[in-house]
Design a protein around this ligand. Structure first.
Ligand code: FAD
Length: 410
Protein backbone atom coordinates (compact mmCIF):
# COMPACT_ATOMS: atom_id res chain seq x y z
CA UNK A 1 0.00 0.00 0.00
CA UNK A 2 1.33 3.46 -0.86
CA UNK A 3 2.14 5.56 2.18
CA UNK A 4 1.33 9.21 2.66
CA UNK A 5 2.52 12.00 4.97
CA UNK A 6 1.33 15.58 5.03
CA UNK A 7 4.95 16.69 5.25
CA UNK A 8 7.85 14.53 4.16
CA UNK A 9 11.34 15.62 5.26
CA UNK A 10 14.23 14.14 3.30
CA UNK A 11 17.35 13.96 5.46
CA UNK A 12 17.60 13.83 9.25
CA UNK A 13 20.65 16.03 9.76
CA UNK A 14 20.64 19.49 11.31
CA UNK A 15 18.15 20.96 8.84
CA UNK A 16 15.75 18.03 8.65
CA UNK A 17 15.62 17.44 12.40
CA UNK A 18 15.08 21.15 13.13
CA UNK A 19 12.29 21.32 10.55
CA UNK A 20 10.42 18.50 12.28
CA UNK A 21 11.01 20.03 15.72
CA UNK A 22 9.88 23.50 14.60
CA UNK A 23 6.75 22.18 12.89
CA UNK A 24 5.62 20.56 16.12
CA UNK A 25 6.60 23.65 18.15
CA UNK A 26 4.38 25.69 15.82
CA UNK A 27 1.54 23.23 16.52
CA UNK A 28 1.48 21.58 13.12
CA UNK A 29 -0.93 18.71 13.74
CA UNK A 30 -0.62 16.74 10.49
CA UNK A 31 1.53 13.72 9.77
CA UNK A 32 5.31 14.14 9.43
CA UNK A 33 7.69 11.54 7.99
CA UNK A 34 11.45 12.08 8.16
CA UNK A 35 13.43 9.80 5.86
CA UNK A 36 17.17 9.50 6.10
CA UNK A 37 19.82 7.57 4.28
CA UNK A 38 21.89 7.69 7.46
CA UNK A 39 21.32 4.62 9.67
CA UNK A 40 21.62 6.73 12.84
CA UNK A 41 19.01 8.94 14.43
CA UNK A 42 19.73 12.71 14.23
CA UNK A 43 23.06 13.69 15.77
CA UNK A 44 25.40 16.65 16.01
CA UNK A 45 27.63 16.60 12.94
CA UNK A 46 30.24 19.25 13.95
CA UNK A 47 31.35 17.07 16.89
CA UNK A 48 32.50 14.41 14.44
CA UNK A 49 35.83 16.07 13.64
CA UNK A 50 36.22 17.38 17.19
CA UNK A 51 35.14 15.54 20.36
CA UNK A 52 33.95 12.33 18.70
CA UNK A 53 37.12 11.77 16.69
CA UNK A 54 39.12 12.68 19.80
CA UNK A 55 37.29 9.93 21.68
CA UNK A 56 36.09 12.51 24.22
CA UNK A 57 32.34 12.29 23.61
CA UNK A 58 30.31 9.10 23.27
CA UNK A 59 27.80 8.98 20.45
CA UNK A 60 24.82 8.97 22.84
CA UNK A 61 25.82 12.47 23.96
CA UNK A 62 25.72 13.75 20.40
CA UNK A 63 22.07 13.02 19.74
CA UNK A 64 20.08 16.12 18.81
CA UNK A 65 17.15 14.71 20.80
CA UNK A 66 16.74 11.59 22.92
CA UNK A 67 15.67 8.55 20.89
CA UNK A 68 12.12 8.60 22.31
CA UNK A 69 11.53 12.22 21.26
CA UNK A 70 10.60 11.48 17.67
CA UNK A 71 7.88 8.98 18.46
CA UNK A 72 6.57 11.12 21.32
CA UNK A 73 6.12 13.98 18.85
CA UNK A 74 4.54 11.75 16.20
CA UNK A 75 7.42 12.15 13.79
CA UNK A 76 7.84 8.99 11.77
CA UNK A 77 11.62 8.62 11.53
CA UNK A 78 12.81 6.09 9.01
CA UNK A 79 16.57 5.66 8.99
CA UNK A 80 18.68 3.90 6.33
CA UNK A 81 16.04 4.89 3.79
CA UNK A 82 17.09 7.08 0.85
CA UNK A 83 14.79 8.93 -1.49
CA UNK A 84 15.79 7.94 -5.02
CA UNK A 85 13.28 9.68 -7.31
CA UNK A 86 10.42 12.16 -7.32
CA UNK A 87 7.32 12.73 -9.41
CA UNK A 88 6.57 16.36 -8.58
CA UNK A 89 3.15 16.45 -10.31
CA UNK A 90 1.89 13.41 -8.43
CA UNK A 91 3.63 14.55 -5.20
CA UNK A 92 5.21 11.12 -4.94
CA UNK A 93 8.70 9.91 -4.07
CA UNK A 94 10.40 6.56 -4.55
CA UNK A 95 12.43 5.04 -1.72
CA UNK A 96 15.54 2.89 -1.71
CA UNK A 97 13.62 0.04 -0.06
CA UNK A 98 11.36 -0.14 -3.13
CA UNK A 99 8.44 1.67 -1.49
CA UNK A 100 6.72 4.87 -2.53
CA UNK A 101 5.32 7.71 -0.48
CA UNK A 102 3.02 10.60 -1.34
CA UNK A 103 3.45 13.99 0.26
CA UNK A 104 1.47 17.15 0.76
CA UNK A 105 4.67 19.18 1.03
CA UNK A 106 8.27 18.05 0.95
CA UNK A 107 11.37 19.53 2.63
CA UNK A 108 14.59 18.50 0.96
CA UNK A 109 17.38 18.57 3.58
CA UNK A 110 19.83 16.07 2.13
CA UNK A 111 23.04 18.03 2.80
CA UNK A 112 26.12 17.15 0.78
CA UNK A 113 28.54 14.35 0.13
CA UNK A 114 32.30 14.78 0.44
CA UNK A 115 34.16 15.41 -2.78
CA UNK A 116 36.61 12.64 -3.53
CA UNK A 117 39.96 12.68 -5.23
CA UNK A 118 40.04 11.25 -8.73
CA UNK A 119 43.77 10.45 -8.88
CA UNK A 120 45.15 6.91 -8.97
CA UNK A 121 44.85 5.21 -5.59
CA UNK A 122 41.92 7.25 -4.33
CA UNK A 123 39.90 4.11 -3.60
CA UNK A 124 42.59 2.28 -1.64
CA UNK A 125 41.92 1.01 1.86
CA UNK A 126 43.06 3.64 4.33
CA UNK A 127 41.74 6.58 2.27
CA UNK A 128 38.81 8.25 4.02
CA UNK A 129 36.39 11.14 3.88
CA UNK A 130 34.55 12.42 6.93
CA UNK A 131 30.88 13.27 6.92
CA UNK A 132 29.04 10.74 9.07
CA UNK A 133 29.40 8.88 12.33
CA UNK A 134 30.12 5.76 10.31
CA UNK A 135 33.09 7.51 8.63
CA UNK A 136 34.60 8.42 12.00
CA UNK A 137 34.07 4.92 13.37
CA UNK A 138 35.99 3.47 10.44
CA UNK A 139 38.79 6.01 10.88
CA UNK A 140 38.97 5.32 14.62
CA UNK A 141 39.22 1.56 14.08
CA UNK A 142 42.09 1.98 11.65
CA UNK A 143 43.89 4.64 13.72
CA UNK A 144 45.33 2.02 16.05
CA UNK A 145 47.65 0.91 13.25
CA UNK A 146 48.19 4.31 11.61
CA UNK A 147 50.89 6.53 13.06
CA UNK A 148 51.27 8.79 10.08
CA UNK A 149 48.22 10.52 8.67
CA UNK A 150 48.08 12.77 5.61
CA UNK A 151 45.19 15.22 5.57
CA UNK A 152 44.42 16.46 2.08
CA UNK A 153 42.79 19.89 2.22
CA UNK A 154 43.49 22.78 4.57
CA UNK A 155 39.89 23.93 5.05
CA UNK A 156 38.07 23.89 8.39
CA UNK A 157 37.41 20.16 8.43
CA UNK A 158 40.96 19.26 7.39
CA UNK A 159 42.45 21.54 10.04
CA UNK A 160 40.11 20.29 12.77
CA UNK A 161 41.01 16.70 11.91
CA UNK A 162 44.70 17.61 12.00
CA UNK A 163 44.35 19.21 15.45
CA UNK A 164 42.36 16.28 16.82
CA UNK A 165 44.78 13.68 15.50
CA UNK A 166 47.74 15.57 16.93
CA UNK A 167 45.98 15.38 20.30
CA UNK A 168 45.81 11.63 19.73
CA UNK A 169 49.57 11.55 19.20
CA UNK A 170 49.60 10.97 15.45
CA UNK A 171 52.14 12.38 13.07
CA UNK A 172 50.07 14.62 10.78
CA UNK A 173 50.83 16.29 7.46
CA UNK A 174 48.35 18.74 5.96
CA UNK A 175 48.56 19.01 2.17
CA UNK A 176 46.95 22.16 0.79
CA UNK A 177 46.88 22.86 -2.95
CA UNK A 178 46.66 26.65 -2.61
CA UNK A 179 49.28 28.95 -1.13
CA UNK A 180 47.54 29.24 2.23
CA UNK A 181 45.14 27.25 4.41
CA UNK A 182 41.50 28.43 4.70
CA UNK A 183 42.03 30.36 1.46
CA UNK A 184 38.43 29.98 0.31
CA UNK A 185 36.82 31.09 3.54
CA UNK A 186 39.08 33.53 5.36
CA UNK A 187 41.48 36.42 4.91
CA UNK A 188 45.23 35.95 4.82
CA UNK A 189 45.96 36.99 8.44
CA UNK A 190 43.72 34.18 9.70
CA UNK A 191 45.31 31.66 7.32
CA UNK A 192 48.81 32.57 8.45
CA UNK A 193 47.75 32.44 12.11
CA UNK A 194 46.36 28.91 11.79
CA UNK A 195 49.33 27.79 9.72
CA UNK A 196 51.67 28.93 12.53
CA UNK A 197 49.52 27.32 15.20
CA UNK A 198 49.46 23.96 13.46
CA UNK A 199 53.20 24.04 12.89
CA UNK A 200 53.74 24.95 16.55
CA UNK A 201 51.69 21.87 17.48
CA UNK A 202 53.88 19.65 15.34
CA UNK A 203 51.75 19.40 12.19
CA UNK A 204 53.65 19.51 8.92
CA UNK A 205 51.88 21.95 6.63
CA UNK A 206 52.72 21.78 2.93
CA UNK A 207 51.25 24.56 0.81
CA UNK A 208 50.98 24.48 -2.99
CA UNK A 209 50.88 20.67 -2.69
CA UNK A 210 49.46 19.05 -5.85
CA UNK A 211 48.47 15.46 -5.25
CA UNK A 212 49.58 13.12 -8.04
CA UNK A 213 48.45 9.79 -6.62
CA UNK A 214 48.06 7.72 -3.47
CA UNK A 215 50.86 5.15 -3.27
CA UNK A 216 49.98 1.59 -2.36
CA UNK A 217 51.53 -1.11 -0.24
CA UNK A 218 49.80 -4.51 -0.08
CA UNK A 219 46.47 -3.02 -1.14
CA UNK A 220 46.52 -0.18 1.38
CA UNK A 221 47.47 3.48 1.22
CA UNK A 222 51.15 3.98 1.98
CA UNK A 223 51.63 7.65 1.18
CA UNK A 224 50.75 10.60 -0.98
CA UNK A 225 52.86 11.32 -4.05
CA UNK A 226 52.94 15.00 -4.99
CA UNK A 227 53.34 16.44 -8.48
CA UNK A 228 56.91 17.56 -7.66
CA UNK A 229 57.81 13.93 -6.93
CA UNK A 230 57.82 14.21 -3.13
CA UNK A 231 56.39 11.25 -1.23
CA UNK A 232 54.55 12.00 2.01
CA UNK A 233 54.49 8.66 3.86
CA UNK A 234 51.10 7.92 5.47
CA UNK A 235 49.19 4.77 6.32
CA UNK A 236 45.99 6.79 6.52
CA UNK A 237 44.81 9.57 4.20
CA UNK A 238 41.87 11.77 5.12
CA UNK A 239 40.44 13.81 2.27
CA UNK A 240 38.75 17.10 3.22
CA UNK A 241 38.31 18.95 -0.05
CA UNK A 242 34.74 20.14 0.31
CA UNK A 243 31.32 18.73 -0.44
CA UNK A 244 28.99 18.45 -3.40
CA UNK A 245 25.37 19.28 -2.58
CA UNK A 246 22.98 16.31 -2.87
CA UNK A 247 20.38 17.53 -5.32
CA UNK A 248 20.17 14.92 -8.11
CA UNK A 249 16.64 13.77 -7.26
CA UNK A 250 15.32 17.33 -7.28
CA UNK A 251 17.17 18.42 -10.42
CA UNK A 252 16.06 15.30 -12.30
CA UNK A 253 12.50 16.10 -11.23
CA UNK A 254 12.90 19.50 -12.90
CA UNK A 255 13.93 21.81 -10.06
CA UNK A 256 16.13 24.73 -11.01
CA UNK A 257 19.65 24.64 -9.72
CA UNK A 258 23.21 23.75 -10.40
CA UNK A 259 25.65 23.97 -7.49
CA UNK A 260 22.74 23.56 -5.08
CA UNK A 261 19.02 23.69 -5.67
CA UNK A 262 17.70 27.21 -6.12
CA UNK A 263 15.32 28.50 -3.46
CA UNK A 264 13.55 31.77 -2.77
CA UNK A 265 13.39 33.67 0.52
CA UNK A 266 10.82 31.20 1.88
CA UNK A 267 13.05 28.25 0.88
CA UNK A 268 10.67 27.25 -1.94
CA UNK A 269 12.20 25.45 -4.91
CA UNK A 270 10.75 25.86 -8.39
CA UNK A 271 8.74 22.62 -7.87
CA UNK A 272 5.25 22.92 -6.36
CA UNK A 273 5.17 22.35 -2.56
CA UNK A 274 8.84 21.36 -2.52
CA UNK A 275 11.22 23.25 -0.23
CA UNK A 276 14.97 22.90 0.23
CA UNK A 277 17.15 23.89 3.18
CA UNK A 278 20.68 23.64 4.54
CA UNK A 279 23.91 22.75 2.79
CA UNK A 280 22.19 21.84 -0.49
CA UNK A 281 20.20 25.08 -0.87
CA UNK A 282 21.46 27.91 -3.12
CA UNK A 283 19.91 31.14 -1.94
CA UNK A 284 20.26 34.89 -2.16
CA UNK A 285 21.73 35.93 1.18
CA UNK A 286 21.08 39.48 2.31
CA UNK A 287 24.47 39.55 4.06
CA UNK A 288 26.58 38.37 1.17
CA UNK A 289 28.20 40.19 -1.72
CA UNK A 290 28.00 36.95 -3.72
CA UNK A 291 24.78 36.89 -5.78
CA UNK A 292 23.63 33.36 -4.87
CA UNK A 293 25.36 31.00 -2.49
CA UNK A 294 25.22 27.87 -0.40
CA UNK A 295 26.17 28.10 3.25
CA UNK A 296 27.52 25.05 5.04
CA UNK A 297 26.75 25.71 8.68
CA UNK A 298 24.47 24.50 11.44
CA UNK A 299 23.07 28.02 11.82
CA UNK A 300 21.99 28.19 8.20
CA UNK A 301 20.41 24.70 8.21
CA UNK A 302 18.54 25.38 11.45
CA UNK A 303 17.36 28.88 10.51
CA UNK A 304 16.17 27.76 7.08
CA UNK A 305 14.31 24.91 8.78
CA UNK A 306 12.51 27.45 10.96
CA UNK A 307 11.70 29.54 7.89
CA UNK A 308 10.05 26.57 6.17
CA UNK A 309 8.17 25.55 9.30
CA UNK A 310 6.70 29.06 9.50
CA UNK A 311 5.77 29.01 5.81
CA UNK A 312 4.03 25.64 6.20
CA UNK A 313 2.06 26.70 9.26
CA UNK A 314 0.62 29.83 7.71
CA UNK A 315 2.94 32.46 9.20
CA UNK A 316 5.57 32.96 6.48
CA UNK A 317 8.58 35.12 7.24
CA UNK A 318 11.44 35.50 4.76
CA UNK A 319 14.85 34.09 5.64
CA UNK A 320 16.97 36.95 6.97
CA UNK A 321 19.57 35.54 9.35
CA UNK A 322 23.08 36.86 9.84
CA UNK A 323 25.30 33.86 9.03
CA UNK A 324 27.55 32.53 11.77
CA UNK A 325 29.86 29.57 12.17
CA UNK A 326 32.46 28.21 14.55
CA UNK A 327 35.52 25.98 14.47
CA UNK A 328 37.51 24.51 17.33
CA UNK A 329 41.17 23.59 16.93
CA UNK A 330 43.43 22.95 19.94
CA UNK A 331 42.45 25.57 22.55
CA UNK A 332 41.40 28.03 19.85
CA UNK A 333 37.73 28.79 19.48
CA UNK A 334 36.99 30.61 16.23
CA UNK A 335 33.60 32.24 15.76
CA UNK A 336 32.68 33.92 12.51
CA UNK A 337 29.77 36.19 11.74
CA UNK A 338 28.73 37.47 8.32
CA UNK A 339 30.17 36.45 4.95
CA UNK A 340 33.68 37.70 4.25
CA UNK A 341 33.68 36.89 0.51
CA UNK A 342 33.79 40.13 -1.47
CA UNK A 343 35.58 42.20 1.20
CA UNK A 344 37.92 44.95 0.03
CA UNK A 345 39.72 45.51 3.32
CA UNK A 346 40.60 43.71 6.57
CA UNK A 347 41.17 45.41 9.93
CA UNK A 348 43.16 43.32 12.40
CA UNK A 349 41.82 43.95 15.89
CA UNK A 350 44.19 42.88 18.61
CA UNK A 351 47.43 40.95 18.42
CA UNK A 352 47.31 37.46 16.82
CA UNK A 353 50.40 36.45 18.79
CA UNK A 354 48.32 36.89 21.97
CA UNK A 355 45.99 34.18 20.54
CA UNK A 356 42.94 36.37 21.10
CA UNK A 357 42.05 38.73 18.26
CA UNK A 358 39.53 39.44 15.51
CA UNK A 359 39.62 40.17 11.83
CA UNK A 360 37.04 42.69 10.71
CA UNK A 361 36.16 42.46 7.01
CA UNK A 362 34.90 45.61 5.33
CA UNK A 363 33.45 46.46 1.95
CA UNK A 364 33.14 50.12 0.99
CA UNK A 365 33.90 50.98 4.62
CA UNK A 366 31.00 48.87 5.99
CA UNK A 367 31.58 45.90 8.24
CA UNK A 368 30.45 42.73 6.45
CA UNK A 369 32.00 39.98 8.58
CA UNK A 370 34.23 39.15 11.54
CA UNK A 371 36.46 36.20 12.36
CA UNK A 372 36.95 36.16 16.13
CA UNK A 373 39.60 33.91 17.67
CA UNK A 374 39.16 33.37 21.40
CA UNK A 375 37.22 36.59 21.38
CA UNK A 376 33.62 35.82 22.27
CA UNK A 377 32.88 39.44 23.11
CA UNK A 378 33.81 40.69 19.64
CA UNK A 379 31.69 37.92 18.14
CA UNK A 380 28.65 38.84 20.23
CA UNK A 381 29.01 42.58 19.67
CA UNK A 382 30.18 42.42 16.05
CA UNK A 383 26.94 40.85 14.89
CA UNK A 384 25.11 44.19 15.16
CA UNK A 385 27.76 45.89 12.99
CA UNK A 386 27.15 43.28 10.27
CA UNK A 387 23.38 43.37 10.67
CA UNK A 388 23.28 47.15 10.33
CA UNK A 389 26.09 47.48 7.78
CA UNK A 390 27.81 49.95 10.10
CA UNK A 391 30.84 51.87 8.79
CA UNK A 392 32.91 52.75 11.91
CA UNK A 393 36.23 54.56 12.03
CA UNK A 394 38.84 51.86 11.18
CA UNK A 395 41.21 53.13 13.90
CA UNK A 396 38.53 52.53 16.52
CA UNK A 397 37.78 49.12 14.98
CA UNK A 398 41.44 48.15 15.28
CA UNK A 399 41.61 49.09 18.96
CA UNK A 400 40.56 46.11 21.09
CA UNK A 401 40.16 48.31 24.17
CA UNK A 402 37.18 50.00 22.47
CA UNK A 403 34.11 47.74 22.67
CA UNK A 404 32.51 47.08 19.28
CA UNK A 405 29.12 47.79 20.83
CA UNK A 406 30.10 51.44 21.28
CA UNK A 407 31.04 52.01 17.63
CA UNK A 408 28.76 53.98 15.34
CA UNK A 409 28.94 54.66 11.61
CA UNK A 410 30.80 57.64 10.18
P1 FAD B 1 23.27 17.18 6.98
O1 FAD B 1 23.42 17.51 8.42
O2 FAD B 1 24.43 16.69 6.23
O3 FAD B 1 22.07 16.16 6.83
C1 FAD B 1 21.69 15.59 5.61
C2 FAD B 1 21.12 14.22 5.84
O4 FAD B 1 20.45 13.80 4.65
C3 FAD B 1 22.18 13.17 6.12
O5 FAD B 1 21.86 12.47 7.28
C4 FAD B 1 22.14 12.26 4.88
O6 FAD B 1 22.42 10.91 5.20
C5 FAD B 1 20.71 12.42 4.43
N1 FAD B 1 20.49 12.15 2.99
C6 FAD B 1 21.30 12.46 1.96
N2 FAD B 1 20.74 12.07 0.78
C7 FAD B 1 19.55 11.51 1.09
C8 FAD B 1 18.51 10.92 0.32
N3 FAD B 1 18.57 10.86 -1.02
N4 FAD B 1 17.43 10.42 0.97
C9 FAD B 1 17.35 10.49 2.34
N5 FAD B 1 18.32 11.03 3.10
C10 FAD B 1 19.40 11.55 2.50
N6 FAD B 1 29.04 23.59 10.86
C11 FAD B 1 29.16 24.56 11.81
O7 FAD B 1 28.35 25.49 11.81
N7 FAD B 1 30.19 24.52 12.73
C12 FAD B 1 31.09 23.51 12.75
O8 FAD B 1 32.00 23.50 13.60
C13 FAD B 1 30.97 22.47 11.79
N8 FAD B 1 31.82 21.41 11.81
C14 FAD B 1 31.61 20.38 10.93
C15 FAD B 1 32.42 19.25 11.02
C16 FAD B 1 32.22 18.18 10.16
C17 FAD B 1 33.10 16.98 10.25
C18 FAD B 1 31.20 18.24 9.17
C19 FAD B 1 30.99 17.09 8.22
C20 FAD B 1 30.39 19.35 9.07
C21 FAD B 1 30.57 20.43 9.96
N9 FAD B 1 29.77 21.56 9.91
C22 FAD B 1 29.91 22.56 10.85
C23 FAD B 1 28.75 21.72 8.85
C24 FAD B 1 27.39 21.30 9.37
O9 FAD B 1 27.46 20.04 9.99
C25 FAD B 1 26.43 21.26 8.19
O10 FAD B 1 26.39 22.56 7.63
C26 FAD B 1 25.04 20.83 8.61
O11 FAD B 1 25.07 19.53 9.11
C27 FAD B 1 24.10 20.93 7.41
O12 FAD B 1 22.85 20.40 7.74
P2 FAD B 1 21.95 19.75 6.60
O13 FAD B 1 20.69 19.33 7.27
O14 FAD B 1 21.89 20.62 5.42
O15 FAD B 1 22.76 18.45 6.14
Amino acid sequence: MEEHADIVIVGAGHGGAQAAISLRQLKFAGTIAMLSEDPDIPYDRPSLSKEYLAGERPFERMLLRPAAFWEQHRILLRSACAVTAMDPEAHRIRLSDGGEMRFGALIWAAGGRPRMLTCPGHQLAGVHTLRSRHDVDRITTELTRADRVAVIGGGYIGLEVAATLRKRGKHVTVLEALDRVLARVAGEPLSRFYEREHRAHGVEVQLGARVECIEEDAGRAAGVRLADGTLVPASMVIVGIGIAPITEVLLEAGAQGDNGVMIDEYCRTSLPDVYAIGDCAAHVNAFSAVPRMRLESVQNAADMAKTVAKALTGAPEPYHSVPWFWSTQYDLHLQTVGVSAGHDDIVVRGDPSARSFSLVYRRGGRVIALDCVNSARDFAQGRALVLNGTAPDPRALADPTIALSTLRGN
